[in-house]
Design a binder for this molecule. Sequence first.
Ligand code: B12
Ligand code: SF4
Length: 662
Amino acid sequence: MELVPLRRNRNTSSRNLRAFLPTTREEMDARGWDQLDVLIITGDAYVDHPAFGPVLIARFLEGRGYKVGIIAQPDWSSPEDLKRMGTPRLFVGIAGGNLDSMLNKLTAQKKTRAEDQYSPGGRANARPNRATIVYSNLARQAFGQTPIVLGGIEASLRRIAHYDYWSDSVRRAILLDAKADLLVFGMGERSVWEIAKRLDAGKSVKECWDIEGTAHVRNRGEWETLPKSEYVADHKVLWLPSYEDVVASKDAFLEMSRAFQYETNPGNGRPLLQVHGHQAVYFNSPAKPLDTTEMDGLYDLPFVRQPHWSYNEVIPAFETVKHSVVTMRGCFGGCTFCSITEHEGRHISSRSEENILREVRALRRMDDFKGVITDVGGPTANMYKMHCKSEAIESKCRLLSCVHPGICENLVTDHQPLLSVLKVLRREEGVKKVFVASGVRYDLATRSPEFIDAMARHHTGGLLSVAPEHNDPTVLNKMKKPGIEHYDAFVEQFQCASEKAGKDQHLVPYFISGHPGSTLESMVGLAQYLKREGLKPRQVQDFIPTPMSMATCMYYTGRDPFTREPVYTAREMADKRLQKSLLFYWDPEHHDEVREALTRAGRADLIGTRPDSLVPPATGKGSLSIHVKRAAERRTQANNPRAPGNKNSPRAPQGKPPRRPT
Ligand code: B12
Ligand code: SF4
């Protein structure tokens, strides 16, 4: 089928004042708008693409007839920049961006990241720390009593009192510091539409207090008499331990995390209340997930699929997703270091095959699309259309994971719907290659040899990213990840399938160091495993305790919230660094650190030249500190995308970038 180009080359296109949502008065005028209904403020650059959550919400509201404008990465030195399109009629929506703003700024070692992938030119200073709070307070100054609604990952995952790694403290529920009226948590469409409808009908913020998927603050006299829930089955309000209690006691923090995680499933998550001094934050039950028709409706919205025309520089996060398609949202994995299940919910909402194909046809109209779809996936590549065998069972089930400690017998793990989508996309005219770059859940994949065959034959660009994360059963158990034997089985099946397809292909496994439960000894075990398997990981993750994840609770309290048992966690930066160094046993730049790690772990026997040694003995040339310093300098250089000659530069030509699966 012949398709006409969607728009001219970005570099040569003139300013299109109507295609994007307005960001200035001039663009409002071009649409003939005097006043916005809703203003969305975001910490990311404005990329009109469904992978950018705040933009998705903006387009969604526009699709329901509201006049929506966007202010991306405003100047936060004063409220002036926020006023550029005037006061919106209904509310101001605020999001820190697609990532938590602190996570976006700082690494696991609390060093400033060289790059903010969501900013033009990858610039690292385009948003303030704790962007949601800063923007919200500015919006209050700029717009007085106009309702302020928080949303996005930063607000969602800081909604209750939470441990903040970057300040090493327990912070209050974000609504209190942001002084906003409402907070939308999880996937926002249903809740934000209901808010818009009610405010539009002249109702007050207080009349929005019962909307599912939202939270609000209650003052003295508004919460004390709420009935406390005592049984799992009743639908009264579950009172979490108060902010004061969780600050004073790690035991109380653990009980809060434990109680909270069972309440995140739409369908049976109960309303929650957390007292902070004389105020309390009230959380309604989670909103119901979108069904396939509703998901399709989102991706049919008129996204330009480009950064706003005012940008002259590349926005790295857009480059990653511009030729990819999302098939679903939600995750039933429940890995403890990742908060996607808490944020998006355990239920999988999938798009229809036809709708995915329609988006691919829109991709075909892009000037720079050369027939390669870089990813067909979502939080996990192969959970598309998977579901609990019965809605009735699912609505009662309170577990966070359907796949840990083993795959639940009620889970339907059929890969056929995904195989069918992939086949249809492969056959589409103008499509030469369809890659799957999102993380493959290998314990599910091994149930479908046909899926592994298709992956090996058609959907892997020589390297397939998978995330076993560790090999030690104790650590994997703390992560709620499947045992390494599942990964090994997948490797074997994938290699056989690749051979059958006549392809020389490899897996790129990702590992995490410094996770709760991980000791120097278990990291030595992992390094030995890697050496035995001939693996030399390049991209590794030093565990970051992000807000509200269960692993963060382990990191902070030193106990497992599921069993209440003590868990060791490396907390000192130096210990975290040594754990990470073991993953680089193969790299001479790290050998001094690896030798130190082995010595500390009592495994100096692994320093030597035997086949099973992990590193050679020190040569005696130069002092250890100089070596370590030089290695650190080289690493800094390698991490700096703008460093001359750095192959990681977003502008440098690259093969298919293996993205770390989430
Ligand atoms: C694709 C992706 C990337 C791509 C970026 C492409 C892109 N444009 O997003 C790349 C590869 C660049 C990337 C990088 C990183 N990523 Co990433 N990424 C994702 C992923 C898989 C999908 C993002 C997406 O499409 N979300 C879909 C949108 C629709 O969801 P949403 O943003 O939550 O929006 C909804 C709600 O929040 C709400 N909402 C949003 N805004 C607003 C506004 C208002 C007013 C309201 C009311 C509601 C609302 O409604 C929206 C629709 O329902 C997510 C996981 C996920 N599934 O979300 C991880 C994720 C966002 N990434 C994550 C991480 C950790 C990273 C890295 C730091 C990884 C690393 N260690 O290097 C880096 C960032 C480095 C940097 N700063 O430079 C974490 C963030 C955790 C956190 N607490 O913030 C996530 C959640 C994955 C995880 N495992 O936990 N990532
Ligand atoms: S019963 Fe099993 S498959 Fe169904 S929701 Fe619960 S854990 Fe998931």
